[in-house]
Design a protein around this ligand. Structure first.
Ligand code: 0X9
Ligand code: ZN
Length: 424
């Protein structure tokens, strides 16, 4: 072996070693489900969430008598169990070794560079961006590329507009945003499937849908986070801007809509950290500026997340209902029915505050209150509730069925919003 070749080989091996070493591992981390039966127990869990990095409350600590999932680092297990016992907080062990779950590579596949773009596996950010760019070449005059903003790590927040020139200059606008939470991979995958169907389907109803609206799609509202879930930590949720000793703010708590009031944390290490101020994250700041530039043009806004199978509408900051709640409820009803048709998938939901938990500063609440968008929804896609931490790792063979039923739901939503007279 030549010296040059051995050096290159050694370098390659070193790079592999570094990238493996840098990937977060959860060997012997346990996953528990706990329930606070009163305000005192809830306060104890909240304090634990805010003070210990060795306890990861997967979706935050929200309300009494609800399942709360927590990942416990191995060295913390005895203290954690003692604290549960001392305070009589009920708990169940869900998983003994989280890493073993994460290692189960067969379930969740990532597309290699060689393969074409499809929905049999999850795609990287670069592959999706290249695919979006390719659409502008395949559909000139129909698909335009939009840079909705920048990220902390200087990536673009790329989106596309689909607008068929059918002589109708002013068409109603529909805005779809996904991937604001990095680890919720099914949301961007579903969004790109919807884009593809609107452009290629032979189905007359879908073609009408494509042609009669101006569509704005942002499959990755949090690109830095998404890349981080591929390179370093599959369970990452937030942005990547440093805040003190920790990284990232929850981009779905960072919008300027009752920012920082309820359902948030002020601790930069928490999964629901709202950031130091509204729009502290360049991602939400710049994407909201872009949305603001469309003020009056967007009648329907949808944010795709996972998981738990919910259809949600405003508000998150209060249990007061929006003035057009009756319309929200009728769109909700047709959406849930449409999702059930194809594969029997059951969704529930309602207004965020009552249906799941208080949460202020979300994109859907902001769009509802700030840019004249009277119909604004958040969908939590598959799997259903109680899937615990691996719920974010929906097996790749469920991308297509999830995307199909979500498109069925979208058709029903748009038609209902139209019947209700919101598209002017
Ligand atoms: O907590 C969240 O931000 C969402 N749930 S998730 O598990 N995907 O993190 C729910 C947000 C719903 N709230 C609004 N859209 N207002
Ligand atoms: Zn989410």
């Amino acid at each position: 072996m030549s010296l040059k070749f051995s050096l290159i080989l050694a370098l390659c091996l070193a790079v592999v070693a570094i990238s493996n070493a840098e990937r977060a591992r959860y060997d012997n981390y346990r996953v528990y489900r706990v329930t606070a039966s009163d305000a005192k127990e809830l306060a104890i869990l909240k304090t634990m969430e805010d003070t210990s990095d060795a306890l990861i409350f997967i979706e935050g600590v929200h309300s009494v008598n609800r399942d709360i999932e927590v990942v416990v680092a191995p060295h913390k297990i005895p203290d954690f169990l003692k604290a549960m016992g001392d305070n009589e907080i009920d708990y169940v062990l869900l998983e003994n070794n989280l890493q073993a779950q994460l290692d189960d590579e067969d379930k969740e596949q990532i597309k290699g560079r060689a393969g074409g773009y499809d929905w049999t596996a999850y795609q990287t950010l670069d592959d999706t961006y290249n695919w979006l760019i390719s659409l502008t070449r395949l559909y000139p005059g129909v698909v335009t590329l939009i840079e909705g903003g920048k990220t902390y790590e200087k990536r673009s927040i790329l989106g596309i507009k689909i607008s068929y020139n059918n002589g109708n200059a002013q068409k109603p606008g529909i805005f779809i945003e996904a991937g604001i939470h990095a680890r919720e991979w099914i949301a961007p995958a579903t969004t790109t499937y919807i884009i593809n169907q609107l452009l290629t389907s032979e189905d007359a109803a879908l073609q009408d849908l494509a042609k009669n609206y101006d569509w704005y799609f942002f499959p990755h509202a949090n690109p830095d986070g998404y890349v981080y879930t591929h390179t370093t930590n599959r369970m990452w949720r937030k942005t990547r801007q440093p805040h003190g000793i920790c990284y990232g703010a929850d981009p779905n708590r960072n919008w300027d809509s009752y920012w920082g009031t309820v359902g948030i944390s002020n601790n930069p290490c928490s999964e629901t950290y709202a950031g130091p101020k509204a729009f502290s994250e360049i991602e939400t700041k710049s994407l909201s500026n872009y949305i603001k530039s469309l003020e009056g043009k967007i009648q329907l806004y949808i944010s795709y997340h996972s998981y738990s199978q919910y259809v949600l509408y405003p508000y998150g900051h209060t249990n007061q209902l929006p003035d057009n709640v009756a319309d929200f409820q009728s769109v909700f009803n047709v959406t849930v029915d449409a999702i059930k048709q194809r594969y029997g998938t059951r969704y529930t939901g309602g207004n965020v505050y009552d249906a799941i938990y208080p949460a202020s500063g979300s994109s859907t609440d902001w769009a509802y209150a700030n840019v004249g968008t009277r119909m604004s929804f958040c969908l939590e896609l598959r799997p259903g509730p109680n899937a615990f931490v691996t719920g974010f790792r929906l097996p790749a063979n469920q991308i297509l069925p999830t995307a199909e039923e979500t498109l069925d739901a979208l058709v029903a939503m748009v038609n209902k919003v139209k019947d209700l007279g919101y598209f002017k």
